[in-house]
Structures are given as C-alpha cells and as structure tokens.
Design a protein around this ligand. Sequence first.
Ligand code: ARG
Length: 476
Amino acid sequence: KKSQAWSALFSEPMSDLVKRYTSSVFFDKRLWQADITGSLAHAGMLAAQGIISAQDLADIQRGMAQITQEIEAGSFEWKLDLEDVHLNIEARLTQLIGDAGKRLHTGRSRNDQVATDVRLWLRGEIDLIGTLLTELQWALLDVAERHVDVILPGFTHLQVAQPVSFGHHMLAYVEMFSRDAQRMLEVRSRVNRLPLGAAALAGTSYPLDRERVARTLGMVDTQGAAQVCQNSLDAVSDRDFAIEFTAAASLCMVHISRMSEELVLWMSQNFGFIKIADRFTTGSSIMPQKKNPDVPELARGKTGRVVGHLMGLITLMKGQPLAYNKDNQEDKEPLFDTVDTLKDTLRIFAEMIGGQLNPVSGQKEGGITVNAQAMEQAALRGYATATDLADYLVKKGLPFRDAHETVAHAVKAAITHQVDLSELPLTVLKSFNNSIEKDVYDCLSLRGSLNARDILGGTAPKQVCSQIAQHKARLS
Ligand code: ARG
C-alpha cells in the first residue's frame, strides 16, 4: 500500500531515522487552519476555472469541514509517516472523499503551499501582536498620566543627570512601542502576498486565477488590489518576510528588555522607586525576606532567545540556491517560538504595568506602584539642577562654557558642605558669580528645572500632557 506521496519510484521504504529526521508534523501541525483555508481558496478557484468539477469542490469543502472538526476535537490522527501538516490533511481528505481529494493538489506544490500557509498564519499573529502592543501602550499611558508631576532623576551613564517627569519617562517607551507597532504593519504588508500558483518553482500549466485566490484569502493591498508574488522562484524560496518579522520582534523585545532592566533597578532596595504587584514577583526558597522581579528578568533573558532566532533564520537563508530547499522547513520552530515569546511577554507586561481591569469598579488595579518621594529624594541627591544654574548664568550674559566652569566650582563647594545647590546661601553663590540674585532658587528647584524644559519633546509637565493627549488620539 502506498504510504508516501511519491513512493512509486522508490525501491525501498524510507529509513525510520530519515523519517524522523525529515518530518515536521509535530511542530508544523499548528499551521493546520491556514493550510485548510489555503486549500479551500485553491479548490474554489480550480472549480471556477473548470479545472475540477462543482461536485469535487463540494466534496472537498465537506471533507475539510470534517477534518476541521476532528482537529478541533483532538481526534485527528497526526502521522509521522506523512511527514508534515500538508500531507497529513491531504491524506485524510482523500480517505474521506476519495478521488476529489486527490484532485486538490492540481496545479499546486507543497512548496507554494507551505509558503502560503506560513504567510497566512503569520499575518494573523501579527494582528494579535498589534492588539497587544496597543494594550501595552495604553497601560504605559495610564501610568504616565497619573505621574506627570512625579520627578525622578534622569540618568546618563547611570549617573544622575537632570530631573525628568516620570510620565515623560513612561512616554519614551510608548514611543518605542508605537514604532514597533508601525514596523509590524509594514512587515505585514509584505507578508500578505500570495505564493500559490508558483507551484514547485516554475509556475504551472493550468489556467489558475492567482488574483482570485489572493482576494479570497484577503491578500490585498489597502486599495483592495490582489497582492500576488510576481516571480515563482522567489515566491517558493525566500523567507525574508519571516526574517523581517523576527527582526521587528527582536527590536520590540529589546525595548522590553531595556524597560525590564529599569524595573529591576527601580525595584532594588537601593533605588526603591517602584513596587510591582506581588503576583508578578517570586520568593526565595532560602531567604524569607525576598521578593524578586523574575518577570522582567526573564523577559530580559528571553530577548536573547528571540534575537537568537533572528540569527538562526537569517543564517538559514544565506547559502540557499534558488529555488526551494528543504532547509526552509527549519524556518518554523524559530518563527513559532518568536511569536509565542513576544505575545506572552507583551501580555504580561501590559498587565504588570497597567494592572488588571476590575469589572465591578471599572478601574484598573494592581499595576506598578510609584514611590514619588524616593524618586525626588534621589533627584535631589545628584545635583540634577546644575545645568539649570549654568543656564541661569547664560541668561545673565555669561558664555555657556564659562557658566559651566563656574557651576562646577559651586557643585564642588556643595559636595564639600554635603548640601544641595539649592541649600547654598545666596552669599556663597554670589562668590562664584556676582550676577546671581535671589531668583536663582527658582531654577535650582527640581520643579523649576522641569518647567523650564518647555520645548516640543521636553519634560515640562505641559509638554508631557500634550504628548499624552496625542498618543491617546492616535490609539483611539
Ligand atoms: N514541510 C515542508 C516545509 O516546511 C513542506 C515543503 C516540502 N517540499 C518539499 N519539496 N520537500 O518546507
């Protein structure tokens, strides 16, 4: 009995070792829905073109409906012998409906079939990722809005630099994730293109209507025009769309990872800036006092994993001659794992930061808790308003470089006396430059420093509020 799709030519069955080595069904079965959707679009077109009969199409539709049920119910028997998801479904179809099942593959190859399936599946996942990125941005916006007036030390080189609004700090991440969402959409437009009709590599002699299949599958541009891969060799062989996606996912994870690093620092006793809800922390089996930020740490670690998948995929592609090569079967596990990791991470971060909606109160609860006092104290400790004093002297007519030097002396004096700049008496400040007057204390305060940065993109609360409004309008 024939058990392989090509067995007539072979004088001996495939070795068990090779079967196991080459089969992909245990991971690519998750493409089943895309595979059936693609097959139904192909069959519909074959019937419309008179290549198969209306009866064949009806049988295929009936068979696929049953297979769908079986897979959903968990009763479908996946067979390693049948190598991959495509051959498993096709074999079952033929078992159910006979010859019509064998006609489904007319004008098609697994090469254009698998490329189509991966694209369809990835398109759906990109849409889910887009929703999660929106939710994460809302969570950050919510925290930003409640903390516009909270001041934390902004760092460069992890040394206290200038005071910034905590809301402003949160909005920096909103910017990053909004670009990630944009990138996902751009990748989507290139993912959403039809390989079917390329057949094995050269196209097919059947009069297929590729544009019809593309439209059926929603592979259309913003104007509704069918998006069809224009070169059969390219259509079946390149996985650049998967690489681009993984690159966009890597960048998104890098943004998550930077934020994770900050959350971990801020949670340490030496900062004490924030708390995250207990359900997002873990204890220690030996040290009873511990609450560890395992979630952000793990996210930072998982970033390495996703970046690794990017390296894996791009290396997979680099030596392949045109057209399809079996190498490409290796695109799936890294791609699947990238999607799973990114989705899980975005979901958990949206909730860890923004909290969970309480259906009774309609309020979000359990997001990060901000210790405004600890943040301000930390900003006060680091001479964060030194630049403001220099700017003050510039307004009095000093060239900036001279002002910079003068303030360095003032900071040195403050360090010696273990006080903040704002705590130096006017007489002492005047000894550095006689043009300094009482109004200097306005600019030496954290709030004065913040308010002064009233420029587009700056940290003045007024600017932060207007940015929040713009982001809300964009996301609504
Ligand atoms: N499982 C294969 C893959 O993932 C399907 C295509 C196989 N085509 C072939 N000629 N062996 O790429």
